[in-house]
Design a protein around this ligand. Sequence first.
Ligand SMILES: *Cc1c(COP(=O)(O)O)cnc(C)c1O
Length: 378
Amino acid sequence: MQFKTKVIHAAQQADISTGSVVTPLHLTSTYRQEEVGIHKGFEYSRTGNPTRKVLENCLAELESGNFGLAFASGMAAEHAVISTLSPGDHIVACGDMYGGTYRLFEEVFKPLGMKFSYVGWEAGEFEQAVKKNTKLFWIESPTNPLIRLIDIRAVSDIAKRNQIKLVMDNTFATPTFQQPLLMGADLVVHSATKYIGGHSDLIGGALVVNDEDWYNKLKFLQNSVGAIPGAFDSWLMLRGIKTLAIRMKQHAENALEIATFLEDHPVVSEVYYPGLNTSPYYELANRQMTGFGGMVSFKLKDGNLETANRFFKKLKIITLAESLGGIESLINYPAVMTHGSIPEKQRMEIGITNDLIRLSVGIEDAGDLIDDLSGALS
Ligand SMILES: *Cc1c(COP(=O)(O)O)cnc(C)c1O
């Protein structure tokens, strides 16, 4: 089945009991048992809910993996992954990543005894950071907010040589454009709040994993900790997924047009988009992705908080807000907004400077978006 067909049909057969074409919304906390312990596979909705189960199976198929798990948020999903490790275990992560992930590592898990090292985005740096107690590599690609790419196959080769598991946050590319499990990753993380949900109307997270033992540990944690999405949010995610392929295509088309426009603009000093043939990641993007995604970052000449605010105020369609991946275009000032939780020194080292702006390109008309940007930049 091709991806465009999968998003609509994977794990989503018509309901057996009613014929309902759309997966029913099972708003129930509990399930009747015929006899003690005899039931139809569901006992209590923290443990399992039929709507959530369809979502989890669908996510696994979309990522070409064996097992899917849905969570109340991307952070809850990430929390479950690190919770499968023990105090003293070492994780090597790419430095340029979601600010909340950095905060989770440094402020939640480091005090519990887990060890973290941060490297750049070159595969070789991961090899150099390996220690005897290294259990996980954690990467994002494209990264947030500088849209850098990491060579997934190269990092996966290093991981395998050293018997380390590779975790990949696939929020930005989505399985539409990138299939990390087929390139050697062991586990995929999503903030389903973003492109998976796709409509800026929910918070959700997901994991897809191949190894059954690891899945069982994660499933145990999902049930024991209870950070599950409700049935309605699960249903909304399934609804969002139906248009994932077609949305991603439009996000990417619009993003390329906008990146090309920004690259030629006199007040823009730099544009970060792997789909530009001037990008240092253009070749790698063509090797490991089937589309360049909808995220574009750029720097304003002599930009700072004040000039950024002046620019944001003049925008009429594009909205200043955190988050990304929805159908509407959102713009963000990473240094204070999404990445404000990273200490300044480290932020500067990564390149999240005060002239940086991140744009989540929506699926509006590209010409309207360019007019909006053009008017606000003048
Ligand atoms: C938003 C985001 C997260 C966190 O997910 P939530 O759903 O907000 O908890 C993790 N990784 C990336 C890349 C994100 O963009």
